[in-house]
Design a protein around this ligand. Structure first.
Ligand code: NDP
Ligand code: N5H
Length: 257
């Protein structure tokens, strides 16, 4: 077994710009020789994904819209992938959303609408994507999603997203139980804080990063490259005995206090 992913095809969902964790995953997968397919949510994201993708050497990647709030969008996207690529060997799901105003103040004030929106995009989307992807992972495969420590512990301001990540982490376990018989593995990476578009506007982000530099066992913050390389491991046969797991790529911060 090696880390080479030559001859394998992976769908990467959630590149918004060069800072996206999904772009870190894309670069690591590309280095390992994999063929990539990108999906984006909003129309306005397409240009950025096309520009980034064109910086990767080799055959141009397939790039498709997949708005995970719409069943038709997911169906159409995976039907096109089947037509254009045949089978796939894995999916990197790097998607989450909550209304900005609910990522501040007291969690108890979360609206029904905001709660459902966060859970729809950040957790249910993994179930819906796994169902569609399963049909074209006929040689077995691996699905990886991104979570955060706020799904296991109460973190200031993470609020409804923490509850959605707890759901996502349980989603990983139930999906891995279902899909194991098809030799499809499902795992999560719990990433340490990284300055991305989603993290923009988070109050005290510098303070959060500084605390990690001071307290995490490795005394440094997490990079998208570190997450990307772990994703390559989870998406490759090197991790063939691992499913339903949540691997923390966070400089070890989760073991502290
Ligand atoms: P980005 O903002 O770069 O990525 C978030 C992505 O979610 C965007 O590409 C966005 O695409 C996509 N998205 C949102 N709504 C939808 C939708 N309806 N359909 C399809 N795509 C959608 O931020 P990150 O890279 O930080 O986030 C990626 C993942 O990593 C998230 O799950 C996040 O919770 C997780 N994570 C992030 C950490 C961090 O510190 N940054 C730490 C731990 C986990 P579009 O705008 O086109 O809709
Ligand atoms: C404890 C914290 C800090 C407080 C909480 C931050 C939560 C962030 C997650 C969500 C995904 C951010 C989000 O939905 C932002 C949107 O409301 C506004 N942004 C957008 O719409 C942009 C344009 C698009 C691209 O974003 C999305 N998501 O579509 C957590 C931090 C220390 C770590 C962190 C930042 C975790 C995480 O899950 O991302």
């Amino acid at each position: 077994m090696t880390f080479s992913l030559e001859g394998k095809t992976f769908v990467i969902m959630g590149v918004a710009n060069k800072r996206s964790i999904a772009w870190g995953v894309a670069r690591s997968l590309h280095k390992a020789g994999a063929k990539l397919i990108f999906t984006y949510g909003k129309e306005r994201t397409e240009k950025s994904v096309r520009e980034l993708s064109s910086t990767l050497e080799g055959e141009p990647a397939i790039i498709l819209q997949c708005d995970v709030t719409k069943d038709e969008s997911i169906e159409k996207c995976f039907a096109t992938i089947k037509e254009e690529a045949g089978i796939i060997h894995g999916v990197a799901h790097s998607i989450a959303f909550a209304n900005k105003e609910e990522l501040d103040g007291d969690f108890v004030n979360t609206s029904r609408e905001g709660f459902l929106l966060a859970h729809n995009i950040s957790s249910f989307s993994l179930t819906a994507v796994a169902k569609a992807a399963k049909e074209i992972m006929t040689e077995g495969g691996s699905i990886v999603t991104m979570t955060y420590l706020g799904g296991e512990r109460v973190m200031p301001n993470y609020n409804v997203m923490g509850v959605a990540k707890a759901s996502l982490e349980a989603n990983v376990r139930y999906l891995s139980s279902d899909l194991g018989k098809d030799n499809i593995r499902v795992n999560a990476i719990s990433a340490g804080p990284i300055r991305t578009l989603s993290a923009k506007g988070v109050r005290d982000f510098n303070t959060i990063l500084k605390k990690i530099e001071e307290e995490a066992p490795l005394r440094r913050t997490t990079t998208p490259e570190e997450v990307g390389d772990t994703a390559v491991f989870l998406l490759s046969d090197m991790s063939r005995g691992i499913t339903g797991e949540n691997i923390h790529v966070d400089s070890g911060y989760h073991i502290i206090g």
